[in-house]
Design a protein around this ligand. Structure first.
Ligand code: HEC
Ligand code: HEC
Length: 210
């Protein structure tokens, strides 16, 4: 938990917040959480309380109910937190998420990010070893430098390991098509080099990765 909070704080300090008082609020909040075990536990419980609705799609334990919906379990809290901001300010767009993100307070975003990052992701079983092997080769050549050797990501780099193949494919296609719903992402250039077959293979590899 301590490492997570340090990561969150270092992220905040490097972000260009439009409003400095928001940054200060966030920093103060995290400092208080870090120095007090009870407050940290309360943040987790408040997160758990706040995700009842989210659970219908993302699962109570962060393992999504449908393959086109991303898992949030084991996801990096800084990445989660930043996505709320992107959905709320329109940089990232999704029919449901864009509306939801606008009603989350700063506390909600912090608590939810802490809650979901602490859940355990459940990867899918292996189904096609040959395809997964092709995906592994591509991953280890092109993707690992940002998303980590085992797909665990870090801070603002999302974890990909255990993410449903449908969601991975959907996201890579958005990036490849320069879709404005995920504007300004470094993934645009990378995805533009991928064939349909590459996408199929890397998605198969990632969904069974622990
Ligand atoms: C009706 C289903 C639904 C509900 C309810 C819902 N989500 Fe989502 N959520 C989605 C879908 C679909 C996406 C993927 C959007 C995309 O393709 O960019 C998503 C994406 C996300 C992401 C980005 C994950 C990533 O890997 O990039 C986060 C974080 C998130 N949701 C959090 C929440 C939280 C917190 C709540 C509750 C306040 C919630 N969602 C409620 C369907 C839902
Ligand atoms: C230069 C660093 C970098 C490399 C290399 C890279 N990525 Fe990414 N990737 C990112 C970042 C940063 C994000 C978050 C983008 C955002 O917030 O819109 C991301 C997001 C993604 C997402 C969306 C995850 C989610 O939860 O919504 C997928 C899927 C993905 N990358 C797959 C890949 C694959 C597959 C490769 C290799 C073919 C790859 N990436 C290579 C930096 C990279």
């Amino acid at each position: 938990m301590r490492i997570i909070l340090i990561a969150l704080i270092s992220c905040f300090s490097s972000l260009a917040f439009a409003d400095n008082s928001t940054l200060l609020d966030a920093m103060n909040k995290f400092n208080r959480l870090m120095s007090d075990e009870t407050l940290r536990q309360q943040a987790y419980e408040a997160g758990q309380d706040r995700i009842r609705f989210c659970g219908h799609c993302h699962g109570e334990n962060g393992n999504s109910k449908r393959d086109y919906i991303p898992n949030l379990a084991s996801q990096n809290p800084v990445y989660l937190f930043r996505q709320f901001e992107k959905f709320a300010n329109g940089e990232r767009k999704d029919y449901v998420m864009s509306e939801l993100a606008k009603v989350l307070t700063l506390d909600d975003r912090i608590n939810i990010a802490i809650y979901y990052s602490q859940q355990q992701v459940e990867p899918k079983p292996s189904v096609n070893a040959e395809l997964e092997q092709q995906g592994a080769q591509l991953y280890n050549k092109v993707c690992f430098s940002c998303h980590g050797r085992s797909g665990q990501g870090m801070e603002e780099m999302p974890r990909l390991a255990g993410q449903p193949a449908s969601y991975i494919k959907h996201s890579l296609n958005l990036f490849r098509n320069n879709d404005p719903s995920r504007a300004n992402s470094p993934m645009m250039g990378i995805a533009s080099m991928l064939s349909d077959k590459d996408i199929e293979a890397v998605a198969a590899y990632l969904q069974q990765l622990d």
